[in-house]
Each structure stands twice: as structure tokens, then as C-alpha cells.
Ligand binder design. Structure first.
Ligand code: UDP
Length: 236
């Protein structure tokens, strides 16, 4: 399968059309951004690591009955995917308080939530991806109420699978962001799941092993990403 036209270039990936109208290729870049593009940099070999982690997680989720856009891992940086009409809703699932939950609501960082929280954000860089309730999404026309209910229940099911998968690998899944899209009348999980889109803390030490190391200049960014990759792939 060959890349033809560049369809879209995002902050961390390029998406190319292919000869097959139903398929696209996601190419993972080393570029890193944070705080909605206000901080920019690069993380050596991030694209290779995030592609490997995402492909493994998507195929593991498929084994658990979650439908995803993954077709196959093509090369180190390229993932062959079903083409999606991306739903402009970022779905965030939280198990432990961190990031904006701490900033916005004053939870002490590390508070274990009695029940996971699912949030919707509008996927719109110009507006800084605002937090929204389902009614906002419906009024904006980005999704129907039925689709939002599917996104929420799908996100909760994915959280159950991922939490266990990462606990087996001595990682706490603190929070993460998912994106979904429409494909031939179905809603599929799209985008990526990686240390760019999740918060992982070491189970024993609570050491941060994700993009927060880049966001807050903590050092050891590449090592953290590589260690997550090692733990994700090690039990294969
Ligand atoms: N996240 C993401 N992309 C975004 C916003 C958030 O992947 O545009 C992820 C982020 O890495 C974290 C989770 O979603 O794992 C929750 O992020 P939060 O709302 O706490 O915002 P942040 O502190 O990252 O600004």
C-alpha cells in the first residue's frame, strides 16, 4: 500500500491517502507540542515509539471486541488505517486526578477517583479545545446525542481494558484522550494511544512516564517513552 496525496498534517502525525479510497496511512512524527502549540519541540524517535505502542494497543483492544481504525503496522512510522470521518470531540477518561482536573477543580494531584470521569472537549485548536457538555456538541452539529452515548460507553469499556493491561505492566493509567470517527455507518476508535495522549505513572514510584516530562521540562523524556514501549511490548 502506497501513500499518494497528503490529506492532513497535524501536530504529531501526517495522514496520507492511498490507492484504496477506504484506507489512509498515518505517519508518526517526532514533533512534540504542548499547551495547544505554545510549546514546540521534538522527541527523538517518538514517532517510531508511538506507532509501535499504538499498533499494539489497538490490536489488543480489537482482541477485546473494540473496533478500531487499525488495519496493520506498515513500517516503523506508518500505520495503515481505515479512513474515518473524524468526530470533532476529544473524549478524555480520568481515573486519577491530574492536569486540568487539578487546575480547574482543585483536586489534589493523585486523588484516586471513586468512579472514572468521562469528559468531552471540542476538537478545535482555534478555540483551545474547550470542555463541553453533550448539548454543546449537539448544538454545534459535531455529533448526535446517540453518538455521544456510544462514545461515552465505548470510552468506559476501553478504560476497563487499558487499566488492566497497564496495571499488569506496572503502570497506572491516570488519564487519556481518545478520538473516534465514522466509517461505513460504524463508529471506530481512531487516532493513537501513546504517552502523548495518556498519563502513565509507575505503579511503585508514581514517576511520570508520559508527555508531562516534555510539558514541564522534567528531562528523561525519551527514556520514559522507550520504557513505556518496553513494558507494552514485553509480554508479547
Ligand atoms: N490530552 C491529549 N490531547 C489534548 C488534550 C489532552 O492527548 O489535546 C490528554 C492528555 O495527555 C492527558 C488527558 O488527555 O492524558 C487529559 O488532559 P488534561 O485535560 O488534563 O489537559 P492537560 O493537562 O494535558 O492540558
Amino acid at each position: 500500500m502506497n501513500k499518494t496525496t497528503l490529506l492532513h498534517e497535524g501536530k504529531a502525525k501526517k495522514v496520507f491517502l492511498t490507492d484504496d479510497a477506504d484506507l489512509v496511512i498515518q505517519e508518526f512524527k517526532d514533533d512534540a507540542t504542548a499547551f495547544n502549540n505554545k510549546k514546540k519541540g521534538s522527541i527523538a524517535d517518538k514517532g517510531v515509539v508511538n506507532n509501535a505502542i499504538s499498533c499494539r494497543l489497538f490490536s489488543m483492544l480489537e482482541e477485546h471486541g473494540v473496533e478500531t481504525h487499525l488495519v496493520e503496522k506498515l513500517t516503523e512510522r506508518d500505520m495503515l488505517c481505515r479512513r474515518l470521518d473524524i468526530i470533532k470531540v476529544e473524549v478524555v477518561v480520568r481515573n486519577i486526578a491530574a492536569g486540568s482536573l487539578v487546575r480547574r477543580y482543585g483536586f489534589p494531584e493523585g486523588t484516586v477517583l471513586a468512579k472514572p470521569i468521562v469528559e468531552f472537549y471540542l476538537k478545535d485548536d482555534d478555540l483551545d479545545d474547550p470542555l463541553m457538555i453533550a448539548e454543546h456538541a449537539v448544538a454545534l452539529g459535531v455529533a448526535t446525542m446517540d453518538e455521544l452515548a456510544v462514545l461515552k460507553s465505548r470510552a468506559e469499556a476501553i478504560n476497563d481494558v487499558l487499566k488492566k493491561f497497564f496495571a499488569d505492566r506496572k503502570l497506572k493509567l491516570v488519564d487519556f484522550k481518545l478520538e473516534f470517527g465514522r466509517h461505513k455507518g460504524e463508529i471506530l476508535l481512531g487516532d493513537e494511544i501513546s504517552p502523548d495522549t495518556c498519563r502513565f505513572w509507575d505503579l511503585d514510584t508514581d514517576e511520570k512516564m508520559d508527555k508531562d516530562r516534555f510539558r514541564f521540562d522534567m528531562g528523561g523524556v525519551e527514556d520514559a517513552y522507550t520504557e513505556v514501549q518496553r513494558r507494552v511490548l514485553e509480554l508479547d
